[in-house]
Design a binder for this molecule. Structure first.
Ligand code: NAP
Length: 277
């Protein structure tokens, strides 16, 4: 009798000990009684090519890829999806039975799904979105908001040229606003997103003036440590609906788990608790 293969998945990064993905996928594997494993893998950049090549032979059905490998891995896979190409980074690899590796990006999906779950009345058409920051995470947020149908995005970043580059790539629905005028942009925003690392434990707070923030705005922060950033606390005081960043991390994991293990997980309170352990 041949025993069925045990599907393996995991996350590749450097460092990797801080990743919450093993707790999340481990929780789902246990919840559904799937005999698979999801492991953290600390891979040095100089070993990345060899490691990716070996995955199909080792029984991996897929992996997540995180900092600092998200861009470089695009050249190491057989195919990259359109949305990963648009975002310019890959965070999920799917390994087919024939050994071919597909690179996808589920960060934008995770961002929108989190917004929809935590702010069910949110509509892309409600008005302009204001994005603070222009790093890697901002790219996924922009791609998903444009795809969802926001009429306009005002983007503001400390280093203005990075925001201008995104304007050139993503097109005319984007307007670049000077960092010192970010407070003015917020006045007209229906959706406010912090994609900078400001507000994270150990970093300074985001000090953008919120005087003009409308109570009808939905405010979300990609930072999830702490869960309630100073931005979210201030927005809550104004009466805004606020959405923390942990949900994005959880929702971006859903498409990978479903492809690898054949069951679509739901993001519920037990999933959040598993990530916070
Ligand atoms: P990144 O590419 O390094 O970009 C960092 C951004 O923060 C840039 O816009 C940078 O502005 C800005 N920034 C950093 N320090 C600043 C300061 N002192 N003053 C003003 N702006 C500052 O990082 P990333 O990958 O985009 O990640 C950004 C944040 O999102 C991180 O906190 C990350 O943990 C979080 N994130 C969360 C999720 C999730 O699932 N919730 C997913 C991805 C990322 P400059 O261009 O001027 O340097």
């Amino acid at each position: 009798m041949t025993l069925p293969k045990i599907p393996l998945a995991g996350v590749i990064g450097h460092p990797i000990a801080q990743s919450k993905s093993p707790q999340v996928h481990g929780h789902w594997l246990r919840t559904f009684g799937i005999k698979g494993h999801y492991i953290p893998m600390d891979v040095n950049p100089s070993d990345l090519k060899k490691v990716i090549k070996a995955l199909p032979k080792m029984g991996f059905v897929g992996v997540n890829v995180t900092i600092p490998h998200k861009e470089r891995v695009m050249d190491l896979v057989h195919q990259v999806t359109d949305r990963a190409t648009l975002i310019g980074a890959v965070n999920t690899l799917i390994i087919r039975e024939d050994g071919k590796i597909i690179g996808d990006n589920t960060d934008g999906y995770g961002f929108i799904e989190n917004l929809r779950q935590a702010a069910p009345n949110w509509q892309a058409a409600d008005g302009p979105a204001v994005i603070l920051g222009a790093g890697g995470a901002a790219r996924a947020v922009i791609a998903s908001l444009l795809d969802a149908g926001v009429p306009e995005i005002l983007i503001s970043n400390r280093t203005r040229v990075r925001a201008e580059t995104l304007r050139e790539e993503f097109g005319t629905r984007l307007t670049v606003v000077d960092w010192f005028q970010a407070g003015n942009a917020i006045e007209g925003g229906a959706t406010i997103v912090n994609t900078t690392s400001l507000g994270m434990a150990g970093k300074p707070d985001l000090r953008v003036p919120l005087d003009g923030l409308k109570p009808s705005a939905v405010v979300t922060d990609l930072v999830y440590n702490p869960l309630e950033t100073q931005l979210l606390a201030a927005a809550k005081d104004v009466g805004c609906t606020t959405v923390d960043g942990l949900g994005m991390l959880l929702h971006q994991a859903v498409p990978g788990f479903e492809r690898w293990f054949g069951t679509r997980p739901t993001v519920d309170d037990a999933t959040r608790q598993a990530a916070l352990k």
